[in-house]
Design a protein around this ligand. Structure first.
Ligand code: ATP
Ligand code: ZN
Length: 286
């Protein structure tokens, strides 16, 4: 029997949709169904296990799963020993310390001797140690944000993305102590066959991620402006230049990085480019 890798992903939650989407963009079919706990891909040597996110680091450490997708917050809090093989750029959030809006509070000193409610005792404990603060960590598993108003704690340390949950509970964010995004993790002892499958997956993920960071650009330019225009488009190798049916004009094709896209488009216009078309790239293999 040919080898497959077992990949643990979150069954339902904030990581699920983007995780499934990633495999889809990599051309890997994953059948999902209500109540389904596992699924074998029909076109890639992988079996998917649908789990609670908190269980994923442990399963990958134990080798029950070979790979997994989990938030760095859950991974670091778990303390499990796995390899982080790729940052995936989704499910971005931060762990922050917050207190009641009415309180004057200076971090980290004012935490001394106080109680802090959190579901992340390890990450919070590291922060307190680093700053030489002694505080009581009150570990609770959910609804952390109501702890100050019911008198359970002086402060909280919890996940924040937009801050609206804090606001509606009368809290203010004081400091972010940990930044997180989804990561692909692997068991450190993968055998060579499984490592080969992981490399194949990583190659596909890189092509998808690179494509997202770039745009394909087509434009028309009078031939006497070509030097200035191609100098701006110093993208992958040199741009492609093809004559248009109209005498004295050319079509120029190139790839631009998303990060300096607008700046370059403005320079291209100033340099005499016309009819600029911008097209998303689906996959990009460098
Ligand atoms: P499970 O039922 O699997 O235990 P959960 O309720 O613990 O799920 P979710 O709320 O689905 O977890 O969040 C999963 C992960 O998504 C978090 O651990 C974090 O990494 C990330 N995350 C949490 N909140 C947000 C947010 N508001 N925006 C983006 N990512 C977030
Ligand atoms: Zn969870």
């Amino acid at each position: 029997m040919n080898k497959t890798v077992k990949i643990a992903i979150q069954k339902s939650g904030r990581l699920s949709e983007d995780s499934l989407n990633l495999f889809k963009e990599c051309g890997i079919k994953v059948e999902i169904g209500k109540g389904r706990l596992r699924s074998v891909s029909s076109n890639f040597p992988a079996e998917f296990l649908f789990l609670r996110d908190d269980d994923i680091p442990g399963y990958v450490e134990d080798g029950v799963a070979d790979l997994g997708i989990v938030g760095e917050n859950v991974l670091v809090e778990s303390g499990k020993k796995v390899d982080v093989v790729k940052a995936l750029g989704f499910s971005k959030c931060r762990l922050s310390i917050a207190v009641s809006r009415e309180r004057d509070f200076v971090l980290p000193e004012d935490l001394n001797g106080k109680s802090i409610a959190t579901s992340y005792p390890r990450i919070l404990g590291d922060y307190l140690d680093k700053h030489g603060i002694t505080a009581h960590i009150h570990e609770i598993s959910g609804s952390v944000e109501i702890a100050p108003s019911i008198g359970l704690a002086d402060a909280i340390c919890d996940i924040v993305s937009s801050g609206s949950t804090l606001l509606s509970n009368g809290l203010k964010e004081l400091e972010s102590i940990f930044r997180s995004e989804a990561v692909l993790i692997a068991n450190p002892g993968l055998d060579p066959d499984k490592q080969t499958i992981l490399d194949k997956l990583l190659f596909r993920i890189a092509s998808v991620q690179t494509a997202k960071d770039h745009k394909y650009v087509l434009l028309n330019a009078p031939n006497d402006k070509l030097d200035a225009i191609t100098a701006i488009l110093s993208g992958m190798k040199s741009p492609t230049v093809m004559p248009l049916a109209i005498e004295g004009w050319s079509s120029v094709h190139s790839v631009l990085k998303e990060s300096d896209f607008w700046e370059k488009i403005e320079s291209l216009k100033d340099a005499g480019a016309q009819g600029i078309l911008v097209i998303p790239i689906e996959k990009m293999v460098l």
